[in-house]
Write a protein that binds this ligand. Structure first.
Ligand SMILES: [Ca+2]
Ligand SMILES: [Ca+2]
Length: 469
């Protein structure tokens, strides 16, 4: 009996099939190796570094880029791509290389390192190369593969992370903002948007970017991460670009989509909750409203919140005091209603952005309408609900001395408001509004209003109304 674990014991446990495969492999090895120093029949391949990940192996007809060192048996160098600082870029397996190299590169992975021993009949034969390779030379190549593609390749997309919620996917004419890391197949970074701290922004399907990216970004979701592998004929071709992208290079883009929109997009409005009791009147253009809001980017970055100020935001709808998207998105709301608004940049802060808002950013708002009241027509500080009293000046002149100083004016206006006869412009301290009204009426700025001054002003207002009509 053999002790457990001894070679014989292990050997006995091999199945017949395994045994056959083992013998076959041994036979191949013997056939390739140089038996007793005799000539090699075939190229010998030593794969001394094989990367853990090898999505693709070199096949006949592939285009490869690689570095190599060529030496003779005694270690003397006869050629090296490193000396020229240029990778070999060539189609493999179609006779453009010596047969030994054509065969020796087959099945190779990017970043793999191989040593090839090429017998003379698969190299430069009995003639050699004058001055470089003597006749009947066995050649030794150390090769590292950096790139492989085929002209039949299309763009490869692999989705690394897709958010569970994807209401819409990118299509042609959309404008996308994304971050990316750009690497060559061997892992060398050629560009990254992260280093600029700025997303890459572009229209899709309009030819603004390389065709491979136009194709590779199709159907992407907001928040998605995907890897887009672009063969050179859909990237920068045989010439490459700049000093980072060599000719005929496959490019890998690891993309993270921050947001996208279409220039034709309206504000997207979604009601989150409504007060239980129905409301008779909803917010409309011209209304003075108070609302709370939280504003963020689509990737969750928090930008602003009315809660930071401890008080609701105030605005007159349609007065162009807030971004267009809010003017629209805050209309038709009941007091107490909560909404989510997705506002594209052309209805927000546009291409150039604003303080704290990146250019072309889509904004996400959560808004709650706190209060609403009818506003006044543009330019008005006060309106009468019905016609003003016929004896306006006499009514104002409380002590009947023929002059109306600020105190009388203020008391009079406040009385009208309290009695429900008129309304001050909402959204501003009433004292200030009344002060402004007084300034408007007191034409000669002597601190009191006369009957003549009041008449002048009301005539002007009449004219103005007529002109507007
Ligand atoms: Ca008076
Ligand atoms: Ca006056």
């Amino acid at each position: 009996m053999f002790p457990a674990g001894s070679p014989s014991h292990t050997f006995r446990r091999l199945s017949l099939l395994q045994l056959l495969l083992l013998l076959q492999a041994l036979g191949r090895g013997l056939g390739r190796a140089s038996p007793a120093g005799g000539p090699l029949e075939d190229v010998v391949i030593e794969r001394y570094h094989v990367p853990r990940s090898c999505p693709r192996e070199v096949q006949m007809g592939d285009f490869v880029r690689y570095h190599y060192n060529g030496t003779f048996e005694d270690g003397k160098k006869f050629d090296s791509s490193y000396d020229r600082s240029t990778l070999v870029a060539i189609v493999v397996g179609v006779g453009r290389l010596i047969t030994g190299m054509d065969r020796g590169l087959m099945g190779m992975c990017v970043n793999e390192r191989r040593r090839l021993i090429v017998p003379p009949h698969l190299g430069y034969g009995s003639i050699g190369v004058a001055g470089l390779i003597p006749p009947d030379a066995t050649l030794y190549f150390d090769v590292v593969l950096l790139d492989v593609w085929n002209k039949a390749d299309t763009v490869q997309v692999s989705i690394l992370l897709r958010p569970p919620h994807c209401p819409r996917m990118v299509q042609d004419t959309d404008f996308v903002r994304y971050h990316y890391n750009g690497t060559l197949l061997d892992g060398t970074t050629f560009d990254t948007s992260y280093s600029r701290n700025h997303t890459y922004n572009t229209y899709i399907g309009q030819g603004y970017i390389i065709p491979g990216m136009d194709q590779g970004l199709q159907g992407v979701c907001i928040g998605e991460r995907r890897r887009i592998t672009v063969p050179p004929h859909l990237a920068y071709g045989e010439n490459g670009t700049g000093d980072k992208i060599p000719g005929s290079a496959v490019l890998i883009f690891d993309v993270h989509v921050i947001d996208f929109h279409n220039p034709a997009d309206p504000v997207e409005i979604k009601t989150l909750s409504r007060p239980p009791e129905s409301c008779n009147e909803t917010s409309k253009l011209g209304d003075f409203i108070r609302y709370h809001y939280n504003c963020s980017l689509l990737d969750g970055t928090r930008l602003f919140s009315s809660h930071d100020f401890g008080a609701p935001q105030e605005a007159t709808l349609g007065a162009n005091k807030v971004i267009e998207g809010l003017d629209t998105g805050l209309q038709g709301m009941c007091v107490g209603e909560r909404r989510q608004l997705v506002v594209p940049p052309h209805l927000a802060h546009g291409e150039s952005g604003a303080r704290g808002v990146p250019g072309s950013a889509v904004l996400l708002f959560e808004v709650e309408l706190v209060s609403r009241e009818d506003g006044l027509p543009t330019g008005y500080l006060f309106v009468w609900h019905k016609d003003p009293p016929a004896s306006l000046f006499e009514d104002m002149d409380l002590n009947k001395d023929g002059e109306v100083p600020p105190e009388e004016f203020s008391s009079f206006i406040k009385a009208q408001v309290n009695e429900g006869k008129g309304r001050l412009m909402p959204g501003q301290d009433p004292e200030k509004t009344i002060g402004d009204m007084f300034q408007n009426q007191d034409r000669n700025q002597d601190g009191k209003i006369t009957a003549e001054e009041l008449k002048l002003k009301s005539d002007e207002d009449q004219e103005r109304v007529h002109e507007e009509l």
